[in-house]
Design a protein around this ligand. Structure first.
Ligand SMILES: *Cc1c(COP(=O)(O)O)cnc(C)c1O
Length: 403
């Protein structure tokens, strides 16, 4: 069947529902799910050309599958990058990033506030293979600059951070990276391209955990790297082909359909989060509230500039208490009185989730490391879903009003 070619000047909302590979001869309106491990070749010579990369064509789903390609094309369109390569999980994408860019003797500069498994992977696993990493403050540019060495190849940041929502200046980090002859990779999981397109601020590579807002409904694991065609094809496709951190077509399809509602979901998530954060900051049992959309946030202006004027959907707050033991007791009480919120460390779901970072996501840190990171025993993180805000407020009041 003849395919209509999309015009070049479409808006993000339209790209999110339209970009995909060509339809099959059946003309399906919702993108097809190609659950197949391999593809039949027209003849031996075509097979040879395709395996040699001389001719386009699907061969084997470890590295080529049309459903996965649709997801990659759609995410690249939303991020404003030339290309995208999917991975099995967000961590799989970061593994692919490091394997594609780094070798023994190279140096990495990484924010100390990135996702815990990212710290373990880059600092720990790649440390075993002779890659050295310096962890620096998320917001102190002088530390990033001072950490640069002749062998620095990669700067890695995530913004906002989890759970304290510290914002880094992507443009400033891109300048530091490029002056050092290195590349900047930004984990854009918390904002998604609906709020923030790091490529516009000079980032070279964008990392995604599709498990979060891209799927948006807590169903599948997925990940991706977005960047230039040259870097994706030159550095990362060979890694994927050999190492096989492949996204399943089914998961790719779920994320592909999830992206269709990303824009309106993010608007709703952010509006609810701002309302909740504003309300929390007035409650007598609540100490500090961490949310980039509040004017009290230390990087509020930067966040508004970099994130399309929206604060994201993760709100953290300290319950009050006299000492670490009481803080922990009060935080546990508040969490345990909820009847609606899901007690789980995931985020980016339609269902609002609540968690105690000091004993879960950051439980492996020592008390000193936690103090340095500002994650106290009274801290609670709420990843605001699509529940009605009033129901979440009432849910939190069950605990806050009985402290
Ligand atoms: C969840 C998460 C990851 C890892 O993604 P998975 O899909 O769970 O492997 C990476 N970065 C951030 C910021 C995350 O929240």
């Amino acid at each position: 069947m003849t395919q209509k070619k999309l015009p070049d000047d479409l808006q993000l909302e339209t790209l999110a529902v339209r970009v995909a590979v060509d339809k099959s001869p059946y003309g399906e309106n919702s993108e097809a799910l190609y659950l197949t491990s391999s593809f039949v070749q027209p003849d031996a010579a075509s097979a040879a050309r395709r395996f040699a990369g001389e001719e386009q064509g699907y061969t084997y789903s470890r590295f080529t599958n049309p459903t996965v390609t649709s997801m990659e094309q759609r995410l690249a369109a939303l991020e404003g990058t030339e290309a995208c390569l999917a991975a099995s999980t967000g961590m799989g994408a970061i593994l692919m990033l490091c394997m594609g860019l780094l070798k023994a003797g190279d140096h990495v500069i990484c924010s100390q506030s990135v996702f815990g498994s990212t710290i373990k992977l880059i600092g720990g696993e790649f440390g075993k293979f002779g890659v050295e990493t310096t962890f620096v403050s998320q917001t102190d540019l002088a530390q990033w600059k001072a950490a640069v060495r002749p062998n620095t190849k990669l700067l890695f940041a995530e913004t906002p951070t989890n759970p304290l929502t510290d914002i880094c200046d992507i443009r400033a980090l891109a300048d530091i990276a490029h002056n050092a002859g290195a590349v900047l990779a930004v984990d854009n999981c918390f904002c998604s391209p609906a709020l923030q397109q790091p490529i516009k601020y000079g980032a070279d590579l964008i990392i995604h955990s599709g498990t979060k807002y891209l799927d948006g409904q807590g169903r599948v694991m997925a990940g991706a790297i977005c960047g230039s065609r040259e870097m994706i094809d030159g550095k990362f496709v060979p890694v994927l082909r050999s190492a096989g951190m492949t996204l399943s077509p089914f998961n790719a399809w779920v994320v592909l359909k999830g992206m269709e509602t990303l824009g309106i979901r993010m608007q709703a998530h952010c509006a609810a989060a701002l309302e909740l954060a504003t309300w929390l900051s007035k409650h007598p049992k609540v100490g500090r509230v961490y949310y980039p959309g509040l004017s009290s946030h230390p990087q509020h202006e930067l966040a508004m500039r970099q994130q399309s004027g929206l604060g994201g959907a993760v709100v953290s707050f300290d319950v009050k208490g006299a000492d670490p033991a009481e803080l922990r007791k009060n935080a546990f009480h508040t969490i345990d009185q909820t009847l609606v919120c899901s007690i789980t460390a995931n985020l980016g779901d339609t269902k609002t989730t609540i968690t105690h970072p000091a004993s879960t996501s950051h439980g492996r840190l020592t008390e000193e490391q936690r103090q340095a990171a500002g994650i106290g025993q009274g801290l609670i993180r709420v990843a605001v879903g699509l529940d009605a805000v009033v129901d979440i407020q009432n849910d939190l009041l069950r605990g806050l009003d009985t402290l």
